[in-house]
Design a protein around this ligand. Structure first.
Ligand code: CDP
Ligand code: CDP
Length: 228
């Protein structure tokens, strides 16, 4: 049977992963965080001291690593593994934040990532979040959404999240960091971040997570919900 695909794209901190995780649970689908795939490659390249301008070495590294997702049985949270190493927290480091958009701009990297992402979506009903999911990875997806919110609101939410983890945050610096990454993602040559022409755009600046999820679920046909 044809698998059902829900795509969630948008800029950094728009709420994609929080929304997608809960949505996937409620629909009974698999959640795929494609940003974590680019982050894992970036983390590995930093660790292996690969020169970011040496595309051949980056590709060699990418083809040598297996990126997998798994559930933490105790907490129910999603984990990311790189060749069996748990990299869930490591891929959210400030250094990875700074460098991931450089790796993500490389066409050869994107081509391999897109193949891997399509393969997962061929075998499972998925909620997949990222930057190019509705436009490039799954252009024929049944349901497409583009989440956005003001830069200030996104930065404040990110800051709150990081502060809860014990980091001390300079909000102005965080705003610049997010803006810089958004600019790199929207202005790159290959698969830039933009809403698909048939995506439903949701601005969450003034609505909470539950309201965003509720409005998305309103678009999903009852027959497509697997959870009783
Ligand atoms: O969580 P946050 O929105 O900050 O970022 P992410 O979704 O983990 O994505 C990290 C970076 O990976 C983005 O800034 C993009 O440069 C890249 N990315 C991409 O190019 N294409 C995707 N489908 C997903 C992420
Ligand atoms: O994945 P992405 O970078 O798009 O964003 P996220 O990591 O899911 O969301 C960033 C933070 O914003 C999380 O702490 C969410 O709980 C919060 N959020 C919110 O407070 N209200 C919303 N409507 C959406 C997200």
């Amino acid at each position: 049977m044809e698998k059902i695909q829900v795509t969630i794209d948008g800029p950094a901190g728009a709420g994609k992963s929080s929304v997608s995780k809960i949505l996937a649970q409620r629909l009974g689908y698999v959640y795929i965080d494609t940003g974590a795939m680019y982050r894992t490659l970036t983390y590995s390249a930093i660790k292996e001291k690969v020169d970011f301008s040496d595309i051949d070495s980056i590709i060699k590294l990418l083809t040598s690593i297996e990126i997998n997702f798994g559930l933490d049985q105790e907490t129910g949270t999603q984990k990311v593994f790189c060749n069996d190493q748990d990299v869930t927290d490591l891929i959210r480091s400030p250094e990875v934040n700074q460098k991931v958009s450089i790796i993500a701009a490389i066409l050869e990297v994107r081509n391999i990532m897109v193949l891997r992402q399509r393969e997962i979506a061929q075998n499972n009903n998925v909620v997949m979040d990222g930057r190019d999911i509705g436009t490039v990875v799954l252009p024929n997806a049944k349901y497409k959404f583009y989440l956005t919110a003001s830069l200030e609101e996104r930065a404040k939410r990110r800051a709150k999240e990081l502060e809860a983890k014990g980091y001390k945050i300079d909000l102005e610096k965080l705003i610049v960091e997010i803006k810089t990454r958004d600019n790199m993602d929207t202005q790159r040559e290959y698969s830039p971040l933009k809403p698909a022409s048939d995506a439903i755009i949701i601005d969450s600046s003034k609505i909470n997570l539950e309201q965003v999820i509720g409005s998305i679920i309103n678009y999903i046909k009852e027959d497509d919900i697997n959870v009783l």
